[in-house]
Design a protein. Structure first.
Lengths: 153, 507
């Protein structure tokens, strides 16, 4: 297959991380029983090796592209590429949403999450956000209570 | 007669008819709205319908599946953004038609072509699956292992820009499936002493994270892209137009079924191939291909819906998915206690015929639903992502919590969502990960059984591959698939460009 490696800031860091993960998988599998080829550690070891080899292959294929960038040049580009302001902020909102669910309950935290998200992502103005949030939660409550029969926390 | 009863079961219950209709309706809109995909929808639905009766759950999922495959064409025609990979080829002529003010006729043609293609595909499924399943009873654990390997080779067509990235993603999925208690020995693997990890990570949490949350996060990048508005009218195509293109519809259906029945090839390849075939074989298209030819909409749309029947043949009889959606459907069937594969037709033949009936009913609903509700549709397509994405995330959270009423699953889902987003940004596809999660346990269990059968003798293990004709046939098929793992889309694009240049030369 003819493949081209696109230049993406931070890619080589990810691939090195994935290679480290693969080696970790191999090391963990190595500590499992592997007396025979059907022991519980045999297949994980094989899969860890496949992961490591494919990570090495990606590094090898992209070696020229990865080498063409100085770390000093690449570093300031990583955050805008991977975590632009909206995405970083939204991941923060998601984490807060899930963590607060345990304290203030699902319905209140979900309502705040929805309204906050609509406003943050400029999906709606304040009034529309409040109305859509209320309507959506009412629909979810109805669906889960009567159709899907799932108790929400 | 008994089979007919099972086939018609979904037609005789008001509740089931409603569920199929609602599923098809929802599927069309989910498939059409850029940012939502049928894979995402089915993944989330699995958790919602977890507690349901299996028949009712299948009704809803079958509807979403059929509607979603078709729905992708709508955004391809109206926005030039295929709602699903299977609708890529539809945009080649569909969007030029929309620009010419003929979006209505393009949607009408794609709807009727999809419905006819869908019926032909279902007919092929009902005919071929029972025959294949009889053969598949002869399979040993070594053969099942080979089948799982063949299924995993699908990473070649799902891997996107890099095969190595696809292989890594597939292996990552297999690794994730191994976390937890080893079913053979009861020992914990990759649990690091955690009791909570002994039961593993629920694959639905992984699926929703990878397809729902990661996609939503990736979409936040394009928040500022303004929605495209289109005028849609004259949606019902004339009988004359349909009859004129009937031979093309039948031919494209056969291509769709054939490609779909191949393990590892799905609707995207089928529609591209049907488009390529049409652009070479249609002598006098309504307009040159690429400039709004009706034939350029009919051929891929017929093929991708016929592919549903084709995809279901290896999925139901051998347990091998044809694409990412069927991989998720396999997961859904497992959740409901069914085991797609040779034993499905033996243990639960009624469910096979019931599923065929559901697909037929969904296909029937596709016609009126596809040809109506244009105003609602236009509003949905124009929906702001800032409004849509929080809803997707909330539904993902709720759906994941619903699997086990466990907040831990939600943490996993969000973790995989963030990890999937990072992988996606660097060109990794999520399809191979899911494929690994689904096929990993099948591959490992059968490999270990096959090894135990030969008392761990490596020569005997490999001798088994060549001494049995059936296994040998599977090996040959696997090798053919490996050789064919080349750049299919590239090949098709080259064929298409050749065909297009041929058309231009003729003009």
């Amino acid at each position: 297959m003819e493949e081209t490696t696109k230049r993406r800031p931070g890619e080589r860091i990810l691939i090195w991380f994935l290679l480290a993960l693969s080696i970790f998988v191999c090391a963990a599998a190595w500590r499992m029983p592997r007396e025979t080829l059907s022991s519980s550690g045999a297949f994980p070891l094989f899969i860890g090796a496949v992961m490591a080899l494919s990570a090495l292959r990606i590094l090898w294929k992209g070696r020229k592209v990865f080498a063409s960038w100085q770390w000093r040049e690449e570093r300031p580009l990583i955050r805008p590429f991977l975590l632009p302001k909206e995405v970083a902020l939204y991941i923060g909102v998601l984490v807060i949403y899930i963590l607060t669910t345990g304290f203030i309950g699902f319905w209140v935290s979900s309502y705040l999450f929805l309204v906050g998200s609509f406003l943050l992502l400029k999906g709606a103005g304040p009034v529309k956000a409040l109305l859509v949030g209320t309507g959506l939660l009412a629909v979810i409550w109805f669906l889960f209570q009567y159709i899907f029969r799932i108790a929400l926390w | 007669m008994e089979q007919l009863g099972y086939f018609l079961m979904s037609f005789t219950s008001i509740k089931m008819i409603f569920l199929v209709c609602a599923g098809t309706f929802a599927g069309i809109y989910i498939g059409a709205i850029p940012g939502l995909s049928v894979t995402m929808a089915v993944s989330i639905l699995i958790s919602f319908t977890f507690a349901w009766d299996v028949n009712e759950a299948l009704c809803l999922m079958g509807g979403v599946y059929c509607g979603g495959v078709y729905g992708g064409s709508r955004s391809a025609v109206l926005l030039n953004i295929p709602g699903a990979p299977a609708a890529i080829a539809t945009g080649f002529d569909g969007y030029p038609l929309a620009k010419l003010g003929e979006a209505g006729i393009a949607i009408g043609l794609s709807t009727t072509a999809s419905v006819i293609g869908g019926f032909i595909g279902i007919l092929a499924l009902a005919t071929a699956a029972p025959l294949i399943s009889e053969y598949s009873l002869l399979f040993s654990s070594r053969d099942y292992f080979m089948l799982a390997v063949m299924g995993l080779l699908l990473v070649g067509s799902l891997s996107g820009e890099s095969l190595a990235k696809g292989i890594f993603a597939g292996a990552l999925g297999v690794f994730l499936s191994m976390i937890g208690m080893d079913t053979f020995t009861g020992q914990g693997r990759f649990t690091f002493g955690s009791i909570g990890l002994m039961s593993g990570i629920h694959f639905v949490a992984i699926m929703i994270g990878l397809f729902g949350v990661s996609e939503a996060l990736a979409q936040i990048h394009d928040l500022h892209v303004a929605p495209v508005k289109q005028q849609v009218k004259n949606i019902v195509p004339s009988w004359r137009l349909l009859f004129k293109h009937l031979p093309l519809i039948v031919k494209s259906s056969l291509i769709g079924i054939g490609i779909g029945a191949l393990p590892g090839a799905g609707g995207d390849i089928a529609s591209l191939m049907a488009y390529g075939s049409a652009s070479r074989s249609v002598k006098n298209p309504t307009r040159p291909f690429g400039q709004g030819a009706y034939e350029g909409v009919i051929a891929p749309e017929t093929a991708n819906n016929a592919c549903i029947g084709g995809d279901n043949i290896p999925m139901l009889t051998l347990g091998i998915p044809g694409d990412a959606v069927t991989a998720v459907i396999i997961g859904a069937l497992y959740i409901h206690g069914l085991k797609p594969g040779p034993m499905l037709m033996i243990d639960t033949p009624h469910l096979f015929w019931f599923w065929v009936g559901v697909l037929t009913l969904a296909n029937i609903f596709l016609l009126p639903l596809g040809l109506s509700g244009i105003r609602i549709f236009a509003k949905c397509v124009e929906l702001r992502k800032g409004l849509l994405l929080p809803m997707v995330i909330l539904i993902s959270v709720v759906g994941t919590y619903g699997i086990n009423n466990s907040i831990t699953d939600v943490y996993w889902m969000l973790g995989f969502g963030a990890f999937g987003y990072i992988l996606k940004m660097y060109g990794f596809q999520m399809g191979p990960v899911i494929l690994g999660v689904i096929l990993g346990p099948i591959m490992e269990d059968n490999y270990r059984r096959a090894m135990q059968d030969v008392q761990h003798s490596i020569p005997q293990f490999f001798w088994g591959f060549v001494s049995r004709p059936l296994t040998l046939a599977l090996i040959v098929l696997t090798l053919v698939m490996i050789c064919g793992q080349g750049d299919w889309r590239g090949k098709f694009k080259r064929i298409l460009s050749k065909a297009k240049s041929g058309q231009t030369e003729k003009l």
